[in-house]
Unconditional design. Structure first.
Length: 290
């Protein structure tokens, strides 16, 4: 998993964008990779402050391992009016951890925390997982689906080179009421199918890449109540800053690109995305519960 999550600290930080006219939410970020710092650190606070200055005043901090999921919960506890947590084993993590049962037990315990509002990111990734390990990955995905349903929390799906099997498993096991496709990577046909099934599609900076016309076609189709926006920080900085270190502040650039594709006002779209995030993940306010 280290190959995916070790960031290049020498990458330049993406420049601060023009602020949004209405505050909204980054539905998926990895602040611990952005900062390489403790969950209650000044470095994390600075990233959140920079995001707020750009009109992004709330962040969903997403887990990918047992230990890092603990970091997510600690960050959500400390920044308890602007960070919520998701916890899970990433699909690349699940097949290779030394003791899968022990790690899943940690995730199950963390899932009951009031600041944990989603189970994720889980799912399938056939880009990095060889065929002989995919059964273990699929079993982990099914386990996380059941945990999301048991806790009545959103499911956050990582889907890379595995569309058919992800969709098949969701039908086989039964999707949770709130099922989010993180960094949606399908085209129009998959978007239509997901929309019909009531899934939520979250778009990242990939929407702005020149080689992703299918994403721009797909985002035009998504009903307002099934749409989210995310950075997947520190990855996937939107154009014109592709390759720079991504942070939640870059939501402002992604929302503007999304609004242009959907022929909507930036302010109205930002408000709709904010409302969706609060409906799916619950209130970010201190002391709130799902």
């Amino acid at each position: 998993m280290a190959d995916r999550h070790n960031r290049d600290i020498d990458r330049p930080l993406a420049p601060a964008p023009k602020p949004l006219p209405v505050p909204t939410v980054d539905a998926h970020a990895h602040l611990e990779i952005v900062t390489d710092a403790a969950p209650d650190s000044a470095e994390v606070k600075q990233v959140l402050d920079d995001a707020k200055a750009a009109g992004v005043d709330r962040v969903v901090q997403v887990g990918y391992s047992a230990e890092q999921s603990k970091w997510c919960v600690a960050a959500a506890e400390h920044f308890n009016d602007r960070v919520l947590a998701a916890v899970a084993l990433h699909p690349n993590e699940a097949p290779v951890v030394p003791d899968l049962e022990a790690d899943l037990k940690i995730i199950e315990e963390l899932a009951s925390h009031p600041r944990v509002r989603a189970i994720g990111e889980t799912g399938l990734d056939y880009f990095r997982t060889p065929p002989e390990l995919r059964k273990r990955q699929q079993d982990s995905f099914k386990w996380h689906i059941e945990l999301a349903k048991k806790t009545k929390k959103a499911l956050v799906i990582h889907d890379r080179d595995s569309h058919d099997d992800v969709l098949s498993i969701l039908l086989e096991v039964g999707a949770p009421e709130k099922t989010v496709f993180h960094c949606f990577s399908g085209g129009v046909d998959m978007a239509k199918l997901c929309i019909d099934r009531g899934y939520i599609l979250s778009f990242a900076g990939t929407l702005t890449f020149k080689n992703a016309p299918e994403l721009r076609d797909a985002v035009k189709l998504v009903p307002h109540d099934q749409l989210l926006v995310e950075t997947d920080s520190p990855f996937l900085s939107p154009m014109p800053n592709r390759g720079a270190l991504n942070t939640p502040a870059q939501i402002a650039n992604i929302v503007r690109a999304m609004a242009e594709e959907r022929n909507e006002s930036v302010g109205a779209l930002a408000q709709s995305l904010s409302d969706n995030a609060e409906r799916i993940f619950g209130s970010f306010a201190a002391g709130s519960t799902l």
